[in-house]
Ligand binder design. Structure first.
Ligand SMILES: C[C@](O)(CO)[C@H](O)COP(=O)(O)OP(=O)(O)OC[C@H]1O[C@@H](n2ccc(N)nc2=O)[C@H](O)[C@@H]1O
Ligand SMILES: Nc1ncnc2c1ncn2[C@@H]1O[C@H](COP(=O)(O)OP(=O)(O)OP(=O)(O)O)[C@@H](O)[C@H]1O
Length: 346
């Protein structure tokens, strides 16, 4: 079925795409097990060496073809699991919409879709929620439009939209370099169990990078994280206790400097029985590695009682990157042109 617009509006007179069923993609949050930040580059970014892991804390992105008079182009947002979504824009600045526009430019067509976000990933929490939505919107729209895009092309468009978007497509565990957009899969044996402490406010990523530059300009600059190799070895061994000793994030000092209460959160998680805790990315979410699922449930219960954060979640990783899901709102059509591959999680 094809639809043609009538009357005025941005699509007046244009032939719109075939109206197929909506496509829903589930896409994970990320944490950084290791985050080494270099000096600022001339373009304002910082080179990173980071180890990402995707957790089973996911947003869902549903993309529907615009139907004139019935379904308008744009973005809508609902939140679940206590996520505060007031800061999430529903205009063209939403990262998911920017991803649709980037794909539309690439495909030389109009962004004639509606994007519905169902957010469970904390907003401005250092878990790449906006980037996850962008990755989900890219994959869902590419599937809806049945674009014959290879993995490399989609990853390239993802990297244009944001530093963390490519990883949200990739999933699993990966080593990221450059701005974090150049990815190599990392062997990660077994599943790691995490407690996620979500703060009652966000931190702006550019402000945290700027604070790190400021702290580093002082004589008592924060110590930098060590080499990444031992982290890769601990992941390959699957030993949570080995990995716990090696969790490190150069942005942690900056996040704590902007939000000193995080010190208390980090201490509370370890006091509650976690093996170790670290600020996730640019914060303020803190994640705690635990010795198995049962330990994580105990740590989460105790941490929730201390009152140092807004909500506490139990999660595990690695999990796959963005995936088209079947079921209500999803699509059960033929195989999709983009297959993100199995990832490198065991
Ligand atoms: C902190 C991390 O989450 C670690 O994975 C990411 O590096 C942040 O990735 P992101 O939120 O996708 O960041 P972008 O949207 O690309 O950049 C937002 C802003 O963060 C700063 N930024 C980001 C990434 C990077 N490698 N260096 C930076 O300095 C820049 O000021 C940039 O303007
Ligand atoms: N789809 C989206 N979801 C959440 N925030 C969005 C979205 N699109 C744009 N934003 C804006 O981006 C800001 C950062 O949101 P996001 O949740 O991605 O932060 P983050 O998890 O700290 O990111 P990262 O870990 O990649 O640095 C929000 O405060 C909001 O204003």
């Amino acid at each position: 079925m094809r639809a043609r617009t009538s009357g005025g509006g941005p699509y007046a007179g244009r032939v719109l795409s075939a109206v197929g069923p909506p496509v829903t993609v589930r896409v994970p949050a990320k944490i950084n097990l290791h985050l080494a930040v270099g000096d600022p580059r001339p373009d304002g970014y910082h080179d990173l060496v980071t180890v990402f892991q995707a957790l089973n804390l996911t947003d869902e992105v549903t993309v529907t073809t615009v139907v004139p008079g019935a379904i308008a182009p744009g973005v809508s947002v609902t939140t679940v699991d206590g996520v505060a979504g007031d800061d999430v824009p529903t205009d063209t600045s939403n990262l998911a919409w920017r991803a649709v526009e980037a794909l539309a430019r690439h495909a030389d067509r109009d962004p004639d879709v509606r994007v519905a976000l169902r957010k469970a990933i904390p907003v401005a929490g250092g878990m790449a929620g906006g980037s996850a939505d962008a990755a989900g919107a890219l994959l869902a729209t590419a599937s809806l439009w049945r674009l014959d895009l290879g993995r490399e092309a989609l990853m390239g468009i993802a990297a244009e939209v944001g530093s963390d978007v490519a990883f949200a497509l990739h999933g699993g565990t990966a080593l990221g370099t450059g701005r974090g957009e150049r990815l190599v899969p990392v062997l990660s044996r077994h599943t790691f169990h995490w407690v996620v402490a979500v703060a009652d406010h966000g931190l702006s990523t550019p402000s945290v990078f700027a604070e790190l530059d400021r702290l580093r300009a002082r004589p008592e600059a924060p110590r930098r994280v060590g080499d990444v190799e031992p982290v890769l070895e601990a992941l390959a061994s699957g030993e949570a206790r080995s990995l716990a000793l090696l969790l490190g994030n150069d942005l942690q000092a900056a996040a704590v400097s902007l939000d000193p209460g995080l010190r208390r959160t980090l201490r509370a998680g370890v006091d509650a029985g976690a093996l170790a805790g670290v600020v996730s990315g640019s914060g303020p979410t803190c994640v705690f590695l635990c010795d198995g699922h049962d330990a994580a449930v105990r740590v989460a219960a105790e941490l929730a009682g201390v009152g140092v954060c807004r909500t506490v979640r139990v999660a595990h990783g690695p999990v796959p990157g963005a995936r088209v899901v079947d079921g209500e709102g999803g699509s059960t059509g033929p195989p999709r042109p983009y297959d993100p591959g199995p990832g490198a999680y065991a």
